[in-house]
Design a protein around this ligand. Sequence first.
Ligand code: PRP
Length: 220
Amino acid sequence: MKNNRLTVAIPKGRNLRPTVELFRRIGIDFSSALEENRKLIFKDEKTGASGIIVRDTDIPAYVEGGAADMGVSGKDQIEEQEKQLYEMLDLGFGYCRLVLAEPKALKENDDPSRWTHIRVATKFTNLTAKYFLSRGIHAEVIKLYGSIEIAPIVGLSERIVDLVSTGNTLKANGLVEVETIMEVTARLVVNRASLKTKRERIGGVVRRMEEEIRKNPIKD
Ligand code: PRP
């Protein structure tokens, strides 16, 4: 018999709970992902689907590599990493924005239309480089892996590009938004080969998810 069972990459962090809720609604139970037992792989006995919990930044790699048939990834990572996968659905939850920010004091006398060269710290080096290239500004992009908001405070860069949700982190560190680079929500991504070999199974999942979200959006 053809193996029609699904492996799903589920993100750790803020999209974990809404992802589990989304699959629950279409009849796949990954609720053990919410238990704090450090287990990273589990099975839904009813459908035979497996869930693997990985870092949100690693979802595109697992799906592109075929280790997972599908996964839930932020639009930010999809665009940043440019992996070979299909983006099937906007899931609506996990809304945040990728923004350019700078210290409040700098903003008071700043004129973005006069920028020719800027230094920016970010986790999103590709998106940042592309954004400034498209605006004809030479950007020196410094790659960091976390605590981006510190960079302007200690003089590593004048500005940062980072995700903003409530805005609390920027505020707490004396930073203000200058521009929004992109709006982000969670997306359902699918492995290219799986879409062919498990077409009916995946098609069914996508259709049911679409219906569920339309009827009743998933809250963060
Ligand atoms: C993200 C982002 C900001 C913060 C913004 O970090 O990098 O630091 O959230 O959220 P806010 O606007 O609600 O304050 P996250 O918590 O995902 O941790 P990370 O920096 O380790 O990725």
